[in-house]
Design a binder for this molecule. Structure first.
Ligand code: HEC
Length: 256
């Protein structure tokens, strides 16, 4: 049998080549190559572990800088003004305290929930209920406002130039906590546009309680409230910013 000359353009026509075997070898090699070098879309290639670690370090440092700068995650942004600490932090008993203005405003606002159905949330009242905003009984003296609230009011009364002739039953009583009373007065005298600014102490409320005990029981008339409007409380007021115990109203002495 004569050997055919090899045509370089058609090597597999050479008889000594096993075409099926060669073909299988090429297929195996290309499958292996495909496994080794997966083709990724641009931008989806896996990142080097070192770049990943470097990026994490930058993120941790940047995060702590943002935290400590008080700009993005600052304490002041997350903690409301007038925030008062819990009684117990991590098992350690602490005194719940705050600046008197903030404590009084928060307590007073909660007491005012009892009143706002009539005197309205903005304190301006309406045709049936007199205003507390701009009311001489609220602004002139803590005595008139508390006497009205503790004893109730009945009969014709002119408030801030508008006339009413109706009745309010007692809203607080003589056993109401002094701290609650002082806070309500501060809230009423410094809300709705009222700006009295005086900060009465819980202790001063005993003077009001004594006046309640002296008068005969029954609702107050406008004439009686007008007398109370001229009476002021004796003793020292709280200085603005005084730290007090939120529950007892006691002054907290600060270490200098
Ligand atoms: C059920 C309705 C009602 C509720 C609740 C109520 N009041 Fe009154 N209040 C009145 C009416 C009505 C008068 C006027 C009475 C009159 O005409 O003699 C009045 C009068 C007053 C006055 C004297 C007049 C003035 O406007 O300054 C004060 C102060 C006052 N209320 C404060 C309060 C406070 C504080 C509370 C909540 C603790 C409260 N009231 C809850 C109806 C209410």
């Amino acid at each position: 049998m004569s050997v055919q000359p090899i045509d370089p353009k058609k090597p597999d026509l050479e008889e000594s080549t096993n075409v099926a075997e060669q073909h299988a070898a090429v297929t195996r090699a290309s499958a292996a190559a495909t496994r080794e070098q997966q083709v990724r879309e641009n931008g989806l290639e896996p990142v080097s572990i070192w770049i990943f670690i470097a990026g994490s370090i930058v993120a941790i440092i940047a995060g702590s800088v943002l935290f400590s700068s008080n700009n993005l995650f600052g304490y002041d942004k997350f903690v409301k003004a007038g925030y008062v600490q819990a009684d117990e932090v991590g098992g350690v008993k602490t005194v719940p305290m705050g600046e008197v203005e903030a404590v009084y405003m928060a307590k007073g606002a909660s007491s005012y929930n009892k009143c706002k159905g009539c005197h309205q949330p903005d304190g301006k009242g309406n045709a049936a209920f007199p205003p507390l905003a701009g009311s001489e009984y609220v602004i002139d003296s803590p005595v008139s406002v508390l006497m009205a609230v503790i004893n109730g009011v009945e009969g014709p009364i002119t408030v801030s130039g508008k006339s009413f002739n109706s009745k309010m039953d007692p809203q607080l009583n003589k056993s109401t906590d002094n701290l609650e009373m002082a806070a309500l007065v501060y809230y009423l005298q410094n809300s709705f546009g009222n700006k009295v600014g005086k900060i009465y102490t819980p202790e001063q409320m005993n003077q009001v309680k004594a006046m309640v005990a002296e008068r005969p029981e029954g609702l107050c008339s406008a004439a009686e409230l007008d007398k109370f409007r001229k009476i002021q409380l004796e003793g020292d007021l709280f200085e603005p910013g005084t730290l007090i115990n939120k529950k007892t109203g006691e002054v907290i002495e600060q270490e200098k």
